[in-house]
Design a protein around this ligand. Structure first.
Ligand code: GRF
Length: 193
């Protein structure tokens, strides 16, 4: 599978650890593509000898050129599955159409809550705290042309604590939800396909 990243790569690390422990079954991380250079996710890939590429929107004058370059980079890795793991760019329709049904994303909220355009990083957690929900969590879903709009694959709930800040909530959602349901969803995809 090819894993797309943009930041710290803790979800990539969860996949790497699951592969090492056999929890991914027949699924294997064969490439990483980052949306910008220098992100820690690339250091995680290098440490485990996973081939990595960077396709950065800023390197292209027009989004169509960037989308074409990203599609070409993905095609070269010949993935049976694409996993968006903390990936912050919105995929172009070219990638979504070419790999329909074979792209999954981890979102740090219980879709349909706190999702959609602009809802990434700390923002879903800020919104959850502002709304005063007592439970939040994470969702793994297929990617289609609507941001966070694809079919839901798995979800896991996490309690919101009175003393939570966006940062403490984000960390607990990653530890108790994201890092568990993403490897499980990848394993199940490999079994089903
Ligand atoms: C996390 O909040 C994750 O939920 C979201 O991106 C953030 C960083 O993910 N998808 P990672 O540590 O780069 O995997």
């Amino acid at each position: 599978m090819t894993v797309l990243v943009s930041g710290g790569g803790s979800n990539l690390q969860a996949l790497i650890d699951a592969q090492s422990s056999g929890e991914l079954g027949t699924a294997e991380i064969t490439a990483v593509i980052a949306s910008k250079p220098g992100v820690y996710a690339l250091e995680r890939a290098a440490k485990y000898g996973i081939p990595a590429h960077t396709v950065c929107r800023k390197d292209f004058a027009h989004s169509a050129e960037w989308e074409a370059a990203l599609l070409a980079a993905i095609n070269e890795t010949q993935p049976e599955l694409i996993v968006l793991a903390g990936y912050l760019s919105i995929l172009g329709d070219g990638v979504v159409r070419r790999y329909a049904g074979r792209i999954i994303n981890i979102h740090p909220a219980l879709i349909p809550s706190f999702c959609g355009k602009g809802m990434y990083g700390l923002r879903p957690h800020i919104a959850a705290l502002e709304r005063g929900v007592k439970v939040t969590g994470a969702t793994v879903h297929y990617v289609n042309e609507i941001p966070d709009g694809g079919e839901i694959i798995a979800q896991k709930a996490v309690a919101v604590l009175p003393e939570d800040t966006p940062e403490t909530l984000q960390q607990r959602v990653m530890e108790e939800a994201e890092w568990l349901i993403l490897p499980q969803a990848v394993r199940q995809f490999a079994i089903n396909n």
